[in-house]
Design a protein around this ligand. Structure first.
Ligand SMILES: [Zn+2]
Length: 486
């Protein structure tokens, strides 16, 4: 390794071209440190004395001060007074130690068009964002938007993002986006989708031979030595509420069954259903259940008006459910009640959906779900949704919905994904152990001081590692100006 003065900009540029992440063996360097920040692969790290929010609070676990020992890419132990042994001690007295969040459905390419559809109805959104704007976007533009979304998510403590890419027109679009997401340094589940504008046509796609190419590339890429990587892939499809018959969904489900078997993968199929209006005539989940097309490796999104019978059908097959409450309320006029889904045995995940519509963050959606649930529960004199219920929607429920093993909670033997929240801030505090779940929900991105994924630092002392933020903002601004110039 080169010694002497450290040129951050040059290394960032070089690593940006290579992997996008500032990866050095066993650690990373930053300008401010002037010394190596060693990760848990170089030497075990003992997060000592922080308030630990495991993500298991819904099952009755109460946050308390304890230690978390991380070695390599695993959580080796959690408990009080853990021996330091060979570990580097990281003092967490003023921190909450918790698990990063998982965003189960985001159209990341829209980051370039953020806020642009703030007051557009659904059809105008389709025409403007997925129509006219998308037609002016190159594969590189899509990839830039997805990359910007992914690193913004990391900054906010979202370690895993499901890129539900409903802008794919060609094989090259998909591969360009996938490779750029790999460079972002977070965990990605990449859903190869279709051009949304085609959703009402006879064959909206995606092209299955292109999807196969994407699946193979996702398998090849896997882990990024600099941090994060591609966890799995999938295909995003229109779903039977928007098609005249079950022909398409039948062949897509069967194709995915065969392909997963052939590749040895557990790739997903995702679709939007439970959509008011569409669901009346063609209830998607019911139609799929009756035809034997529900699977465990499916992610059903929105689900606004799913019936109890449909929720039970999802529970029986173990299919995932993801709600986007702020957008569900705005675009579809309602939000599926959290307690109905939970009672039926489908603990729902929450996702952020379209950046172009209002620019909601994942936190905003969790808040929106709570507000909707509190409103209906209070009116019906039912028990209120708790902070622990809310946290589960972006941690353990989300990992379960995606079939991600050893993720979504802080537990011995689980993947070393750790987020530290600065507890000594006016916008977070006062932080007391028994009520710390509420503080996790309230913490803004600026309060996320550190983020570790798979034992590797991705954010340290408030700074994203391996991301040249100034350059990214310049690139994004230039792209937006070109795309939206009329
Ligand atoms: Zn969506």
């Amino acid at each position: 390794m080169q010694r002497g003065p450290f040129n951050r900009r040059r290394i960032l540029a070089a690593s940006g071209a290579m992997a996008g992440a500032l990866a050095l063996p066993g650690g990373v360097r930053t300008d401010s440190q002037r010394e190596s920040i060693r990760d848990a692969h170089a030497r075990p790290i003992l997060f000592q004395g922080g308030i630990v929010v495991t993500g298991e609070e819904r099952t009755g676990v109460v946050p308390r001060r304890q230690d978390v020992l991380v070695r390599g890419d695993r959580i080796e132990a959690i408990g009080t007074g853990l021996s330091t042994r060979d570990a580097h001690v990281f003092n967490c007295r003023d921190k909450i130690v918790t698990v990063p969040w998982i965003d189960t459905h985001v159209h990341g390419w829209e980051r370039l068009l953020r806020y642009r559809a703030d007051a557009l109805g659904f059809l105008d959104y389709l025409g403007t964002i997925t129509g006219e704007d998308l037609s002016r976007m190159t594969a590189q533009d899509l990839a830039l938007g997805e990359y910007a979304e992914a690193v913004s998510a990391l900054d906010a403590g979202v370690g895993t993002m499901v890129s539900w890419c409903h802008a794919i027109r060609t094989r090259d679009d998909a591969l360009t986006v996938l490779r750029r997401l790999y460079q972002a340094g977070g965990w990605t589940v990449f859903m190869h989708g279709y051009n949304s504008l085609a959703f009402a046509t006879a064959n909206p796609g995606p092209d299955l031979s292109d999807v196969l190419t994407t699946f193979r590339e996702a398998q090849r890429l896997r882990y990024n030595p600099g941090g994060g990587g591609i966890l799995k892939a999938g295909m995003a499809v229109v779903g039977p509420e928007f098609t005249p018959d079950l022909g398409q969904i039948t062949s897509q489900v069967k194709w995915l069954d065969d392909t997963n078997k052939k590749l040895g993968t557990d790739n997903l199929l995702s679709l939007h259903d439970g959509i008011p209006g569409r669901h009346d005539a063609r209830p998607g989940v019911k139609l799929m259940a009756d035809a034997g097309l529900l699977r465990r490796n499916q992610l059903h999104v929105h689900g606004v008006v799913l019936s109890d019978e449909e929720l039970s059908a999802l529970a029986r097959t173990g299919s995932g459910l993801s709600l986007s409450p702020a957008i569900d309320a705005r675009v579809f006029g309602g939000v599926l009640a959290h307690d109905r889904a939970a009672r039926a045995g489908v603990p729902p995940a929450v996702s952020s959906d379209d950046a172009a519509i209002g620019g909601f963050t994942l936190r905003d959606h969790v808040r929106a779900l709570m507000t909707a649930q509190h409103q209906s529960a209070t009116a019906a004199q039912q028990p209120l949704m708790t902070d622990a219920d809310a946290l589960a929607t972006v941690t353990r429920n989300a990992a379960a919905a995606l079939g991600l093993e050893r993720m979504g909670v802080l537990l011995k033997g689980y993947q070393a994904d750790v987020m530290l929240i600065d507890a000594r801030r006016l916008d977070v505090g006062p932080v007391m152990a028994p009520t710390a779940v509420g503080a996790v929900l309230a913490a803004p991105p600026a309060a996320i001081s550190h983020l570790m994924l798979g034992g590797r630092w991705r954010k340290y002392d408030g700074r994203l590692l391996g991301v040249d933020v100034d350059r990214l903002l310049d690139d994004v601004t230039a792209a937006i100006q070109r795309i939206t110039a009329r």
